[in-house]
Design a binder for this molecule. Structure first.
Ligand SMILES: O=c1ccn([C@@H]2O[C@H](COP(=O)(O)O)[C@@H](O)[C@H]2O)c(=O)[nH]1
Length: 273
C-alpha cells in the first residue's frame, strides 16, 4: 500500500482511526474461550464490526507472543483475514524491533514478506544500519519511535543532545537514511504540544499517534498541532475500543466507541483540512 492511497482512504472514510488489536485472554468475553482460537474469534468479530470506521489495525505483537505458538498463529490468521477480506486497510505490526543489519533484514522479512503487514514499528536506538534494512522494502512502511506516549519518554527522548533534543535528532537523522520516503513516526497523543516542532522537521510524514482514550491524550490537541495538508495522522485507540464491553455485545460496543471517534475525526477533517 502507498501513503497516497492511505490518504485517499482517510478522506473516503472521513476517519484516520487505527484500532489496536491488543487481545488479552483475561479481558475478552468468557464465552469466547470455548472457541478453538479465541484470540482470532475475538479479532474477527471486532474487525467485522469496525472496518468501515477505521483505516488501520495495529496488533501489538506482545499480546500474541505472550501465548507462544498459539498466539503467533492467531496473529497470522488475523493478518491473513485482513489482507484477504479488507485489503484496503493499512496494517501495522507493533513489534518495536531493530537490530544489527542482517538481523533487521530477517525481522523485515518476517513482518513484510512472511506475515504480509504493510508496516512495522522500529526502535531507532541502534541507528542507520538497523533501520535501513526495513526501508529497502518497496511500498512497506517503517514506523520509527520518535516521541513515545509514556512517562519514560522524558528519561532520554527529550534530553538535549548537542544542539537539540534527542527525539528531534532521531527525526532529522532518519531523513538522511536511504529510502527515507518509507518512514513514518510514532508520536504519543500525550505529547501533542510537541507536534508543532515535530511538523517543522517532518511536515508531511505520517505519524502514528497512540495514547488517546486509556492514556488520556486529546484527539483535538493532536489534530490542532499535528494535522498536515495530507492529514498525516493515524490515531490509535486499543483498550478504549476493543474492551468497551466484555459481554456478548462486545463487537457492537466496540463499533459504538469507534463511531464516536470517527465522528470526532470527521469534524476535525472538515474544520482543519
Ligand atoms: O508510544 C507508544 C508506542 C506504542 N504504544 C502502543 O499503542 C497501544 C496503545 O494502547 P491503548 O490501550 O490505546 O492505550 C499499545 O499497544 C501500546 O503498546 C503506546 O501506547 N505508546
Amino acid at each position: 500500500m502507498t501513503a497516497q492511497f492511505l490518504t485517499e482512504e482517510i478522506r473516503r472514510k472521513k476517519s484516520f482511526l487505527c484500532i489496536g488489536l491488543d487481545t488479552d485472554l483475561d479481558k475478552i468475553p468468557a464465552y469466547l474461550l470455548k472457541e478453538e482460537d479465541p484470540i482470532f474469534a475475538f479479532n474477527k468479530a471486532i474487525i467485522d464490526a469496525t472496518h468501515h470506521l477505521c483505516v488501520a489495525y495495529k496488533p501489538n505483537t506482545a499480546f500474541y507472543e505472550a501465548y507462544g505458538i498459539k498466539g503467533w498463529k492467531a496473529l497470522e490468521r488475523t493478518i491473513n483475514y485482513l489482507n484477504e477480506k479488507y485489503p484496503e486497510i493499512f496494517t501495522i505490526a507493533d513489534a518495536k524491533r531493530g537490530d544489527i543489519g542482517n538481523t533487521s533484514t530477517r525481522y523485515a522479512k518476517a513482518f513484510f514478506e512472511n506475515l504480509g503487514f504493510d508496516s512495522v514499528t522500529i526502535a531507532p536506538y541502534m541507528g542507520k544500519d538497523s533501520v535501513e534494512p526495513f526501508l529497502a522494502f518497496k511500498d512497506k512502511y517503517t514506523i520509527l519511535l520518535a516521541l513515545t506516549s509514556n512517562m519514560g519518554a522524558f528519561d532520554f527522548q527529550t534530553k538535549q543532545l548537542e544542539d537539540q533534543e534527542l527525539y528531534k535528532k532521531v527525526l532529522q537523522t532518519s531523513l538522511t537514511y536511504e529510502n527515507s520516503e518509507n518512514l513514518m513516526y510514532v508520536v504519543g497523543a500525550t505529547k501533542a504540544s510537541f507536534l508543532t516542532d515535530i511538523r517543522k522537521i517532518v511536515p508531511q510524514s505520517f505519524l502514528l499517534v497512540p495514547g488517546v482514550g486509556a492514556q488520556g491524550g486529546s484527539l483535538q490537541e493532536v489534530c490542532k498541532y499535528g494535522m498536515s495538508d495530507n492529514v498525516g495522522l493515524l490515531v490509535n485507540s486499543s483498550r478504549g475500543i476493543i474492551y468497551a464491553s466484555n459481554q456478548e455485545d462486545f463487537a457492537k460496543a466496540a463499533a459504538k466507541k469507534a463511531l464516536e471517534l470517527q465522528k470526532e475525526m470527521s469534524e476535525e477533517l472538515k474544520n482543519r483540512n
